[in-house]
Design a binder for this molecule. Sequence first.
Ligand code: GZL
Length: 313
Amino acid sequence: TATALAAGVAVSAQAADLTVGFSQIGSESGWRAAETTVSKAEAKKRNVTLKIADAQQKQENQIKAIRSFIAQGVDAIFLAPVVATGWDSVLKEAKEAKIPVVLLDRDIDPSGKDLYLTAVTSDSVHEGKVAGDWLAKQVGGKPCNVVELQGTVGASVATNRKKGFDTAIASHPNIKLVRSQTGDFTRSKGKEVMESFIKAEGGGSSICAVYAHNDDMMIGAIQAMKEAGLKPGKDVLTVSIDAVPDIFKAMAAGEANATVELTPNMAGPALDAIIDYKANNKTPPKWIQTDSKLFTAADEPMKVYESKKDLGY
Ligand code: GZL
């Protein structure tokens, strides 16, 4: 109707004046690169000016970016916090400047709860649990030694994905976590750490499964396993998180088994919340949760690959 159309135009017109400063972690993984691509598209759709600062995975660069956004007087700040602690003072400055902060894809410690408007994230404990439950189902009662590639030390998603996985396997004494180390969410570090696991485990024939907190580290681990003469996806089960295109390619090649999907579109819901907050003074829920869906090699991986390959990963 004319009224609804007018209202729609009114909201997007209001959005046209909005400028959002986004303190992005970096481009450590394919998923993170996709999040940046999607954020730009989502802002464009809503006529919002989005200024993105890339921190090369350093918290001090994120803090500097937030201070610069405050000095510029942006209407809102988006923050993907590389780690969960150390944000109090800079977020207090944003609060004093009356600039609302929205967290994307990672959390900060609960003590900072009143320093942000809302957090758009998945349930990363659940993601870890889905991964652990899948592995338990695969191995049944058979003994299974697992190695774990953790995400960035201190990142909420790494702590949570570990917690969820540990909880899932706790009720399966046949599944033992024998090695666990951070691969910092990158392919190169994931490969390096997997090489050290294989060496430490006498060539790796004792490794029954790998759990990686993201697909990029798993893709590095798959390369390491193949170079060591192991058969990832066959002798060594793989389960990871993000559902980036390349993990589906690996599944189609029989070299990976399962992934838990994480949408790269955190900015869409964040922008809607901020527009509604600014235009209609509507306070969003403290947590806007995104879905987590398990994909395995049985889910036509090449079809999924084709559907994702052009989304900016
Ligand atoms: C999860 C997100 C993680 C991705 C990784 O919400 O923060 O950061 O799983 C990325 O690929 O490095």
